[in-house]
Design a protein around this ligand. Structure first.
Ligand code: B12
Length: 219
């Protein structure tokens, strides 16, 4: 199988909830020295297709749960490999969490892992985090960045409320939102500074924002 075929086969295996096939393909790609971050991208596309099938009533809640379990197992295989490969210079502190009412955490956990690999100190508040908890932790930890994750449409109001509270309590540093369904419109609606649908792009963004803060501190 060439690279395009194996990538398409992995996407299809996740979309079809074929756990054993998906895990075997991930093993195969790791053994072939394939980039772990590209493997995650393919799995993310498979998960997106699971979501589409759920919307079409081809899958029910059990399908989402199954997909979540497959993805967690894939991450168990990939995490040690990524932790060995990725490293960077000392960076800043970030408070991260999934907003109130939302329990999706697979994406947030990837962001946590990648940021930690790049020497960010990540305070992960978990899922279904109340705006007041974000605000209290931001006051206590004095992070350089705050990251909010949310995958549900209903999470946008929770993000908006969280950001309004953070700002009203005097937190002035950048706030980034992440999640597969986000857009520029959502970013504006919730008054976030930045948004992303991709963890790797999110890490690059965090590094840039940290570098800007270091430069400002030097001036
Ligand atoms: C797996 C899954 C679940 C699992 C989650 C398991 C878990 N531990 O997370 C379970 C079964 C719990 C679940 C529950 C529900 N789900 Co669900 N779920 C999904 C599914 C299929 C995949 C999500 C996922 O993990 N993707 C893979 C990860 C890696 O991608 P990601 O989260 O986008 O993260 C990436 C980036 O966005 C980014 N990122 C994420 N966060 C952050 C934060 C920062 C700071 C940064 C920088 C980057 C970043 O980095 C990640 C890696 O690149 C999606 C479909 C989809 N299109 O996303 C539906 C989906 C999100 N779910 C949906 C729904 C409706 C539900 C339920 C309401 C179903 C129900 N009837 O109960 C509940 C809600 C529960 C709740 N209160 O939160 C809908 C939401 C629709 C909407 N518009 O609101 C979706 C879109 C499915 C669909 N198309 O209808 N779900």
């Amino acid at each position: 199988m060439n690279n395009t075929d194996i990538s398409a086969t992995l996407i299809a295996a996740i979309a079809d909830l074929q756990e054993e096939t998906a895990l075997a393909l991930v093993h195969q790609r790791l053994e072939a020295g394939d980039d772990s971050l590209l493997i995650i991208e393919d799995c993310q596309e498979g998960m997106r297709q699971v979501g589409v099938r759920y919307e079409r009533n081809e899958y029910y809640l059990a399908g989402l749960i199954m997909a979540g379990e497959i993805f967690s197992q894939v991450m168990e295989l990939l995490q040690p490999v990524i932790e060995r490969q990725v490293s960077g210079q000392a960076s800043g502190r970030i408070v991260l969490g999934t907003v109130e009412g939302d329990i999706h955490d697979l994406g947030k956990n990837i962001v946590n892992m990648l940021l930690s690999c790049h020497n960010f100190v990540v305070h992960d508040l978990g899922v279904d985090v109340a705006p007041t908890t974000f605000a209290e932790q931001a006051t206590k930890m004095r992070p350089h960045l705050v990251g909010l994750s949310g995958l549900l449409t209903s999470s946008y109001d929770a993000m908006r409320e969280t950001i309004a509270l953070l700002r009203s309590r005097g937190y002035q540093k950048p706030i980034i939102i992440g999640g597969g369904q986000l857009s520029e419109e959502v970013c504006q609606y919730v008054s976030a500074d930045h948004w992303t649908t991709d963890a790797v792009a999110g890490v690059v963004l965090c590094q840039r924002l940290m570098a800007e803060q270091v430069r400002e501190d030097e001036d």
